[in-house]
Design a protein around this ligand. Sequence first.
Ligand SMILES: C[S@@+](CC[C@H](N)C(=O)[O-])C[C@H]1O[C@@H](n2cnc3c(N)ncnc32)[C@H](O)[C@@H]1O
Length: 185
Amino acid sequence: MSKKSFIQQFFKENKMVGSLIPSSRFLAKKMLQHIPFDSAKVIVELGPGTGIFTEKIMAKLAPDTHLIVIELNDVFYHKLAEKAQHPNCHMVHGSASDLKKILHDLGFEKADCIVSSLPLANFPKDLRIDIMEAVTNCLTPTGTFIQFQYTLQSKKHFQRIFKHVSINYAAFNFPPAFVYRCSNS
Ligand SMILES: C[S@@+](CC[C@H](N)C(=O)[O-])C[C@H]1O[C@@H](n2cnc3c(N)ncnc32)[C@H](O)[C@@H]1O
């Protein structure tokens, strides 16, 4: 899917899309390095956009690991659903705030890892709270939450929710991004 398509969606729904162009492969590498591909049975991706992370996650999926990908934007969803052809990849057109129901409807209870590109800082407070509640309710006790943001503004918020929060920096991205890795174990 083209950068042009991403820019078009940004100008249509900038608060929801959150960035002007897709993430770089450097940021993708930093996001993926925290995913426990060897042990995870259920991985969730929130806000895949054009699928820069999705493609790379699918390429590394173990045969018995399922990937649930949730996208709210119509154009991104339909384009990515055509492309994301993998027997264990479940594309869902919906909101991250409905994560619990989405997992349940697909026959899963919890996720071992949730990878999010959601522009949380742009969201109304209530939506941000709903999404983070859904994330914490749906992660296994040893699960990992990985989220990138363009500022350090979310650090305290994540530290209130998770016991462990570490931050990595991806300079080669526009804009440069912080990768948060959060867990309770
Ligand atoms: C910053 S873009 C990231 C896209 C892509 N992962 C990347 O890094 O290039 C944020 C994405 O989150 C999606 N999104 C926004 N709100 C959402 C929600 N409530 N549920 C699911 N996806 C959402 C947007 O449509 C967009 O695709």
